[in-house]
Design a protein around this ligand. Structure first.
Ligand code: AMP
Length: 401
């Protein structure tokens, strides 16, 4: 289902597009229509499921449809880091709208936060302690709030914020819409739900993405200018029945294809500048096994329907997490086992981080023993900020190499 089916305001659809989201994640597809009906929601979903946009979009939509000044949405989150992420998501999705977002967190000065609120923010993202400080000092009031979101509620309880949350809720009008998200629905959460919400709709997302079980996913850190040489060594060292190599640009795809041909590989290429005839030939040759390697861009690869792809190689790290899932979804369909290999230059680390958050896995980093690296590869993933609560070990796959 595309985002356009959700009936969101056109300026939000523009914002969604600018973020590169093609389709709603499962939690978005379920939560947005219910939230738009004004219902309270109890969502069981982890970080990485896309829950932030699931609650941000209906809020922004209401504000665009029924504009009025005042602090209308309060998002309570357990940590400063999460607050910053949620604020960024609101700003990014709302970039084509006039809606203002403020943030209230501990560890920084009060004055800037007062100013941001005085300038007329409609959305406030806050951690409980600092929010209560402001409320007790009378800096601002919550009597105009229509939306209350409790994000990562289980973590807030673990951190002992329950009394603060109760006090905050007492300061918010009872006539409001409330959304609560939690990775687990333990009895304590049910009690908060009973206290904070009216007859909530329940949404349960079993896992955030659909990378099939059985796919081994691995990342090879390698300098950008060594990638084509690396790919050659990798292909020489790997038994590949049918491999799909993804490149970000048409130009890149052509270069890689030329390089592989020079090295004697049987290879075809698929991108938007090829004629329909050339594309059909490449597909047909690949399907019949006459060529073992097909180099493609994302757009061209959408329509590929070859059942037995043993390897997907991301020559570039996909810029959007869901492209990764689309690409990798092409292995393992027939064999039950497939390999997804990503070549990552140092400056692509942030894109990989977004993918790892999205699929809920930190991929193993690997080295290719026979390859002459120009600089030692960087093998330690950066410490993720919001992974502490990710316990999806059963989806983790170890490299078989
Ligand atoms: P969240 O669970 O809200 O922390 O989101 C996790 C990651 O998924 C973030 O990097 C988002 O930018 C990304 N994301 C959220 N919704 C979508 C979508 N519909 N398509 C692609 N990526 C998304």
């Amino acid at each position: 289902m595309p985002f356009t089916k959700l009936g969101l305001h056109p300026e939000l659809v523009r914002g969604i597009r600018a973020m590169g989201f093609a389709e709603p994640t499962p939690i978005q597809a379920q939560a947005i229509p219910l939230a738009q009906k004004g219902l309270d929601l109890l969502g069981c979903a982890q970080t990485g499921s896309g829950k932030t946009a699931a609650f941000s979009l209906p809020i922004l939509h209401r504000f665009l449809e029924h504009p009025r000044p005042g602090l209308r949405a309060l998002i309570i989150v357990p940590t400063r880091e999460l607050a910053a992420q949620v604020e960024t998501t609101f700003r990014d999705l709302g970039r084509f709208t006039p809606i203002k977002v403020a943030i209230v967190i501990g560890g920084v000065g009060y004055q800037g936060q007062r100013q941001a609120l005085a300038q007329g923010a409609q959305v406030l993202v806050a951690t409980p302690g600092r929010l209560l400080d402001h409320l007790r000092q009378g800096t601002f009031r919550l009597d105009q709030v229509e939306f209350l979101v409790l994000d990562e509620a289980d973590r807030m309880l673990d951190m002992g914020f329950l009394p603060d949350i109760r006090e905050i809720i007492r300061r918010v009008p009872t006539k409001r819409q409330t959304m609560l998200f939690s990775a687990t629905l333990v009895p304590e959460i049910e009690r908060v739900a009973a206290f904070a919400m009216k007859d909530p709709q329940r949404i349960q997302i079993s896992r955030p993405t659909s990378v099939a079980e059985g796919i081994s996913q691995v990342v090879y850190p390698v300098a950008q200018n060594q990638k084509s040489e690396f790919l050659v060594t990798l292909l020489q060292a790997t038994e590949i029945n049918s491999g799909l190599v993804f490149c970000r640009t048409k130009h890149g795809a052509d270069n890689v294809t030329r390089r592989l041909k020079d090295k004697g590989f049987s290879v075809g290429v698929l991108h938007a500048d090829r004629t329909q005839g050339q594309r059909t030939d490449a597909m047909e040759n690949f399907r019949k096994g006459r060529i073992k390697i097909l180099v493609a861009t994302d757009i061209a690869a959408r329509g590929i329907d070859v059942k037995e792809i043993s390897h997907v190689i991301n020559y570039d790290v996909p810029r959007h997490p869901e492209d990764y899932v689309h690409r990798v979804g092409r292995t393992a369909r027939a064999y039950g086992v497939g390999d997804a290999i990503t070549l990552m230059a140092l400056d692509e680390q942030p894109f990989l981080g977004a993918i790892e958050r999205f699929v809920g896995i930190v991929f193993p980093r690997a080295v290719l023993p026979d390859f002459k690296y120009s600089a030692p590869p960087h093998l330690t993933p950066p410490r993720p900020k919001t992974f502490a609560d990710m316990n999806w070990g059963r989806y983790r796959r170890r490299s078989r190499r």
